[in-house]
Design a protein around this ligand. Structure first.
Ligand code: 9UX
Length: 69
């Protein structure tokens, strides 16, 4: 398992964090996703054979949020 943190811009409420959590947990290979509003971030544990930081960042962007690179 691999653990990463992704900084996210654009989440403004608890509904946003719940939505991002749901999106991340739906990605095959994600074991757990903890999303915080302040600071905007996702702490993700995943199987590197099944997904990647890039794929997870894309999923967040497709949900309507921005990645802080
Ligand atoms: Mo409510 Mo957070 O629409 O966007 S989920 S502000």
């Amino acid at each position: 398992m691999e653990t990463i943190d992704i900084q996210i811009d654009g989440m403004t409420c608890g509904g946003c964090t719940a939505g991002v959590t749901r999106v991340l947990q739906a990605v095959t290979g994600v074991q757990s996703a903890n999303v915080t509003l302040n600071p905007g971030a996702a702490h993700i544990v995943f199987d590197a054979q099944q997904t990647s930081r890039a794929a997870l960042e894309t999923a967040i962007e497709e949900a309507g949020y921005d990645i802080k690179h």
